[in-house]
Design a protein around this ligand. Structure first.
Ligand SMILES: Nc1ncnc2c1ncn2[C@@H]1O[C@H](COP(=O)(O)OP(=O)(O)OP(=O)(O)O)[C@@H](O)[C@H]1O
Ligand SMILES: [Mg+2]
Length: 310
């Protein structure tokens, strides 16, 4: 497909979205040029602390607030997100990069019209691209800038160079932690790595803590304070408290039913907490949008240069 056809398709998709009445206010032409999709990376030190659940539900909550959201499953090889969403993607990121599929084609629609790009498998192919391929692919992936207001990257557990690259390219980093001691020490390890990797930046890197599975919001605040005490003494990181998510058995019920909790149990404590988190992110957007210098081009730029260990 040539550039012009590609562009026409993107515009067509936009017009379609407007016709379908997505409640969001679409920007005028001038603003649209400036626009960058916000990249939110969701990470943790320890596995199994709730990243995928938070990514999905936060995504749906942001979509319900009138944003266009695309979730990228960056936990390559493990198709968790699609199972939780109860959808079967026809294509994945590798189809976009190597098999001629367009960005629109590899986005599968999920509940509430949320977009989803499957991490699939076979992504090692990315590492051996030549510079021309890299340039072309980065250009195509940057179409996401036009197709989404938020791109939520659900990462795998653990610390890697790849994770640091995702963090670098993000507008917001959500660090999920639970009250378990091992989760706290692993979250500290992520913060330590962030502090080292971004030791030379003008401002310390900002990380937003999301205490999950807490008994109360007070417990979440305590967890944040606990980490702050050690960080302030030893690390160069700006650790904010984004908002806590309550321990809630409806989360596992929702996973079993393959229907995210914000839709299946919208009044349950965890769903209310995630909606509140979404609202605070949504309300912060106008200011951030103006100052954003990042966006998807940078994210995939570093991704495709093979800096990300998969
Ligand atoms: N607030 C919560 N209340 C109760 N259970 C929860 C909560 N958050 C997550 N869980 C449960 O924790 C388990 C792990 O959740 P999830 O798969 O989202 O974690 P993850 O961090 O993405 O894991 P991985 O590191 O394997 O990708 C799930 O079984 C889920 O039901
Ligand atoms: Mg996960």
């Amino acid at each position: 497909m040539d550039q012009a056809t590609n562009l026409r398709n993107i515009i067509k998709a936009h017009e379609q979205q407007v016709k379908m009445g997505t409640q969001q206010q679409l920007p005028n032409r001038e603003e649209k040029k400036e626009r960058h999709a916000k990249v939110i990376t969701v990470t943790s030190g320890k596995g199994g602390v709730g990243k995928s659940n938070i990514s999905i539900n936060l995504g749906i909550a942001l979509q319900k607030l009138g944003n266009r959201v695309v979730i990228l499953d960056a936990d390559f090889g493990l198709a968790n997100v699609e199972v939780m969403l109860g959808i079967r993607p026809r294509f994945n990121l590798a189809d976009l990069l190597f098999r001629g599929r367009t960005v629109e084609e590899v986005i599968t629609r999920g509940p509430e019209g949320i977009g989803f790009i499957s991490g699939g498998s076979g992504i090692e192919e990315l590492i051996n691209l030549d510079p021309i391929q890299i340039r072309n692919l980065t250009k195509r992936l940057s179409d996401l800038d036009e197709l989404a207001d938020y791109i939520i990257v659900d990462t795998g557990a653990g610390i890697s160079d790849g994770l640091m690259q995702f963090i670098k390219a993000s507008d917001r980093v959500l660090l999920v932690v639970t009250p378990e001691p091992t989760s706290i020490t692993d979250a500290y390890a992520v913060l330590k790595s962030v502090s080292r990797t971004f030791a030379d930046t003008e401002e310390p890197m900002r990380i937003d803590l999301v205490p999950n599975r807490v008994g109360s919001f007070q417990e979440g605040r305590m967890l944040h304070k606990k980490l702050l005490v050690v960080i302030e003494r030893f690390l160069r990181v700006n650790l904010h408290l984004a908002g806590s998510v309550i321990q809630d058995m409806n989360i596992s019920k929702a996973v079993m039913a393959q229907m995210p909790i914000v839709l299946s149990y919208p009044h349950s404590p965890a769903a209310v907490a995630i909606n509140t988190l979404a609202k605070s992110i949504h309300e912060g957007t106008s200011v951030e949008k103006q100052s954003s210098k990042k966006g998807i081009r940078e994210l995939f730029g570093s991704f495709l240069k093979g800096k990300i260990s998969l």
